[in-house]
Ligand binder design. Structure first.
Ligand SMILES: Nc1ncnc2c1ncn2[C@@H]1O[C@H](COP(=O)(O)OP(=O)(O)OP(=O)(O)O)[C@@H](O)[C@H]1O
Length: 712
């Protein structure tokens, strides 16, 4: 905390003039917020303007700073058009509608729904498959049928309720008219019957909700697991083409949306349909004349309601998308906070976020106004309907065409019909949304990768020599088919020898490693292991047992050091983990941590230094004792001291293995058995360090360039 008087120019200058602060509501909010946190030393009454006596806490400072950036941003932003005006006029021009509360409640829920949705427009619209849904529902069929029966029963009882209410009212009316008989005795039987009906209806409702929620949750859990499994199986090219956030969205919000729709459509859909039909029959039995009137008026009102409802929902969806867009900006900034900090771009990120938030606030505000107008109109219409029914029913009663009980039954039954019809119209929209969410989930469930995870031959490890041949390889990345990276590329990695590839940046060195890992298949030519096409070998065996891969920026998982190293071989004992760590020069620094091997490394290993992370990654690769080791610029991100320690570990790790080194710093590959220089997607020079130097070709040129740039 610091004194307000000492606040920056920004803080003092903005407080009183700020439009936001001057709003009563906002000040109250701040008071509440700050008092709650106990950080407010001087009470700031809502009638008081802030003075220099005021002590400002950290949240206030941050908030004011944000306001400044926001104001600067808004100066640069074009003004958003007044959607509110357009928006009020739209629905106001439409016919007033009946039974909208359900719709309104639905829209209100949407306003606050911050679940990110996919904003990106898809080229191909995935299709919903009933057959796939059936596969998920089938194991829970019994529970689902049970839920349907119970929901049906509850709906059937709901139809009875208005009729029985009518009986009850008739008893009351008769008693008042005749002033004879025993009131309690007369009312007891219909009241008890009605009470029993209420009880049974409640039981059935609880029953079907329990069953349905069980089915929904289990189906959603099965879908999540299956989708996750399916995503993990996909080609690396699939992940090049799709954003991780969008894939995670399918696992979370799409399945959530599908589950909600599934439950809602079954429970409310069934109930509403049954109630609509049943209550219409009841209405007709009670009074055919009054029913005739209702049949004319009700569909028009419900139709108008559905129209406005769908308009509001569309707006709500747009608002949601805008919220998701804002969340995306925040997500990116927070996820890359170190880069943001390193470039001092906090203000720019805040500006961008604030601009998106402002747009979403404007949209949600417009939506809120629309809902308010909608609700006001619907209340008027609803009350008019009741009034109209009483008016028409009263005249029928005057002619003795209707009893008071009948009128009561009619009122309740017609309300039930209105409610059911409105709910059906909402459900229709919900079903469409649920089906498109389901379709997005199913799209990836049924997607087959071109490189399977498992399946194919294995070479007995004892007889595996580790010779690799790249023969006439042509390759373009699937996401950029026009850009050929490797052209008739040929290279042999002899068993137990170290081969280094050097060359210009972007020349395709890492691509060679990716093909050996079978992250992609070449479009032409063949990669062979011990003379066998690797496409005939089991990819999981190849990656899990034969190849160890150490990259420039190793990614660790947010678990313990022990678990991170064991990731290379899940069955490894603690002793094996430690042996691998020793081989990777990591044991000493690991045991130096207070928690030793149980030290949690933080998200992506953020609590470790680059050299430490790299050594854990080396241990992780070595624990599987691979015959082939790929080092993709494994030391290029390290400082001289870390590089020395890691290089020392690597030198030990490479002994007795076939090694492919992809190098930037030429000093690290001098001892390689063969150095290949890549240019234009093929190898243009090959030989030992001394051979190539004496040749005076491209390699010698690269060495000269690095030396003149200060690299050894
Ligand atoms: N996943 C990918 N999808 C599409 N293109 C890619 C992909 N990865 C790399 N590329 C492109 O392929 C080319 C070769 O990339 P590669 O990473 O193999 O080069 P490199 O020689 O290892 O470069 P550097 O030395 O800078 O790491 C580059 O033009 C790059 O833009």
């Amino acid at each position: 905390m610091f004194h307000f008087a000492r606040c920056s120019r920004l803080t003092r200058g903005t407080v009183t003039s700020d439009r936001f602060l001057s709003s009563q509501k906002t000040r109250d909010f701040m008071i509440h917020h700050l008092n709650r946190r106990g950080q407010h030393t001087v009470p700031w009454s809502s009638s008081q303007t802030p003075s220099t006596q005021f002590t400002v806490s950290a949240p206030v400072r941050i908030w004011r700073q944000a306001q400044k950036v926001l104001r600067l941003a808004s100066r640069r932003q074009p003004r958003t058009p007044n959607i509110t005006l357009k928006f009020i006029l739209g629905p106001a021009a439409l016919t007033v509608t009946a039974r909208l509360i359900g719709t309104v409640a639905h829209c209100e829920a949407d306003v606050n729904n911050n679940v990110p949705v996919e904003v990106q427009v898809k080229e191909k619209i995935p299709e919903f498959s009933w057959a796939v849904l059936w596969e998920f529902v089938r194991p829970h069929l019994l529970a689902l049928i049970g839920a349907i029966i119970l929901a049906f029963g509850a709906a059937a009882l709901n139809i009875q309720i208005p009729l029985m209410l009518g009986d009850l009212v008739n008893v009351v009316a008769r008693h008042m008219r005749e002033q004879a008989g025993h009131y309690v005795r007369d009312i007891q039987a219909p009241a008890m019957k009605l009470l029993g009906l209420y009880g049974l209806q409640g039981l059935l409702t609880s029953g079907y909700i329990i069953l349905l929620s069980r089915v929904g949750e289990r189906v959603a859990a099965d879908m999540r697991t299956t989708l996750f499994m399916s995503l993990l199986r996909q080609d690396v090219a699939f992940f090049d083409a799709n954003k991780t956030g969008q894939l995670v969205n399918r696992l979370t919000s799409d399945i959530q949306e599908f589950k909600s729709s599934f439950k809602l459509v079954i429970s409310q859909g069934l109930r509403s349909a049954t109630q609509t039909v049943g209550c219409f029959v009841s209405l007709y039995i009670i009074s055919p004349k009054l029913t005739g009137l209702t049949v004319v008026v009700l569909p028009c009102l419900v139709g108008a309601g559905a129209l406005i409802g769908s308009f509001l929902r569309k707006l709500s969806r747009k608002a949601q998308e805008q919220v998701a867009k804002a969340t995306g900006v925040a997500d990116e900034a927070l996820g890359n906070v170190r880069t943001v900090r390193a470039f001092a771009m906090e203000d720019r990120e805040l500006e961008m976020y604030a601009a998106e938030v402002k747009k979403s606030a404007a949209m949600n505000e417009a939506l809120g106004t629309g809902i308010a107008v909608f609700q006001g109109l619907s209340n008027i219409v609803l009350n008019c309907i009741v009034l109209g029914t009483i008016f028409a029913g009263g005249s029928l009663m005057a002619r003795n065409d209707m009893s008071p009980g009948d009128l009561m039954s009619f009122l309740v039954a017609s309300q039930t019909v209105q409610r059911s019809l409105a709910s059906i119209s909402i459900l229709f929209g919900q079903m469409v949304r649920g089906m498109s969410a389901g379709a997005r989930v199913f799209e990836y469930l049924t997607l087959e990768p071109s490189v399977p995870l498992t399946g194919g031959g294995r070479i007995p490890l004892k007889s595996l020599t580790g010779r690799v041949d790249f023969m006439n390889i042509n390759f373009s990345y699937p996401t950029r088919p026009g850009n050929q990276i490797l052209k008739n590329f040929n290279l042999t990695l002899p068993p137990c020898k170290t081969v280094a590839i050097v060359g210009e940046s972007g020349g395709g060195k890492s691509t060679v490693a990716a093909l050996l890992e079978r992250f992609y298949d070449p479009s032409g030519g063949v990669v062979m292991l011990d003379g066998l096409d690797i496409r005939t070998l089991d990819p999981s065996w190849l990656r899990g047992h034969v190849i160890g891969f150490i990259s420039q920026e190793p990614v660790l998982f947010g678990t313990s050091v022990m678990e991170n190293i064991r990731f290379g071989k899940p069955s490894a004992t603690d002793a094996e983990v430690m042996a691998a760590a020793k081989q990777a020069n990591a044991h000493n620094f690991i045991t130096g941590f207070p928690d030793g091997y149980n030290t949690v490394v933080g998200e992506r290993g953020v609590t470790l230094s680059g050299g430490q992370k790299q050594r854990i990654a080396i241990a992780r690769a070595l624990i599987k004792n691979p015959s082939i080791l790929i080092l993709d610029e494994a030391t290029s991100a390290l400082d001289a001291e870390s590089e020395r320690v890691v290089q020392d570990a690597l030198d030990r790790a490479t002994t007795g293995r076939t090694v492919l080194i992809i190098a930037h710093r030429l000093s690290t590959i001098r001892a390689a058995d063969l150095i290949c220089v890549m240019s234009n997607g093929r190898i243009v020079e090959a030989g030992t360090h001394l051979d190539l130097l004496s040749k005076g070709g491209l390699y010698a040129e690269l060495i000269k360039r690095q030396q003149s740039n200060g690299h050894k």
